[in-house]
Ligand binder design. Structure first.
Ligand SMILES: [Zn+2]
Length: 303
């Protein structure tokens, strides 16, 4: 299985256009030892020829153009064969609009996320203009689904949804099944296991087990501390209030995951205010010493 990180920042990217925090300004000025990052986007392939996108970021067009794996060839228009959505958050779905160029797409999501996008947001109907139109497939808990075939090995990339206990985004008005709001994805192929959870409100026992069983876990690294946004902006909500368990502090991700990993653990979806972006910071050192890697755009894994 090949895993490619196309983008690694939280919503807004790094630097964020309207943010003057010390990280964003330091990056602009060249005084901070850090890499710029686009908004979180990951692609997975069983055979290196067909790719499955995990969510569709607002930066998707730029990301697909930049990385050579996604170039069209004479014989086919795109190596992207499917998209799996983990939520209806704008940062997870906006890139679908970049994929509207009359391309038949297969899109997997929970039934609730599909209803939000297809029934409440008519703009996504642009995906129906292709022939055949976009094929929306429902992911159900307890029912693994093959999302891509491995042409070389006659097996495939199998996806299992894991409920994470998050909330629907603010723009969703109608009552829907809450456990379908935010899911994690376990992708398996040829005995290898990837766990993907860029938004994690809480480390449940099930999530910890999935992390422990995975060869690679790409995990929520949005905030270092619970009150990070309040400290930087002077206002706002805590990390926990917006559905992200912070990395540090009592009950934080570093503490929760201590002793639960076998394979690689990589932090992704990193907010521009997070001090781990500064490669010379104590926070950056602390996560690395705790056994985590920090995702950057272009990072690649072979499982
Ligand atoms: Zn900033």
């Amino acid at each position: 299985m090949r895993v490619r990180v196309l983008g690694s920042a939280a919503g807004g990217g790094f630097p964020q256009w309207n943010c003057g925090c010390s990280n964003c300004n330091g990056l602009r000025a060249g005084t901070l030892k850090a890499l710029p990052r686009t908004q979180t986007q990951v692609a997975v392939s069983a055979d290196g020829s067909q790719w499955v996108l995990l969510n569709a970021s607002p930066d998707l067009r730029q990301q697909l153009v930049q990385f050579p794996e996604f170039r069209p060839s004479r014989s086919r228009s795109t190596p992207v064969c499917a998209i799996i959505l983990t939520s209806a958050d704008i940062d997870s779905v906006m890139g679908l609009l970049h994929l509207r160029e009359f391309e038949p797409l297969r899109i997997y999501s929970t039934a609730s996320v599909s209803r939000v996008l297809r029934e409440e947001n008519t703009i996504f109907r642009v995906l129906e203009r292709s022939s055949p139109p976009a094929d929306w497939e429902t992911i159900r808990f307890g029912s693994p689904v093959t999302v891509a075939q491995n042409r070389a090995a006659e097996d495939g990339l199998v996806c299992t949804a894991v409920p994470l206990g998050g909330e629907f985004p603010d723009y969703v008005r109608r009552p829907l099944a809450k456990e379908e709001a935010v899911i994690g994805l376990e992708l398996t192929e040829n005995g290898k296991r990837l766990f993907y959870a860029p938004t994690l409100p809480v480390y449940s026992k099930e999530v910890k087990c999935r992390v422990a069983e995975s060869d690679l876990a790409l995990l929520d690294g949005t905030f270092w501390s619970d009150n990070e946004l309040v400290e930087v902006r002077g206002r706002g909500r805590t990390a926990r209030e917006i559905g992200h368990l912070p990395l540090s502090g009592p009950g934080g991700a570093l503490e929760e995951l201590a002793g639960w990993a076998r394979g690689k653990r990589v932090l992704i979806h990193i907010n521009n205010t997070n001090p781990i972006l500064d490669e010379e910071s104590a926070a950056n050192r602390a996560v690395r010493e705790a056994g985590f890697e920090i995702a950057h755009d272009g990072m690649e894994f072979e499982l």
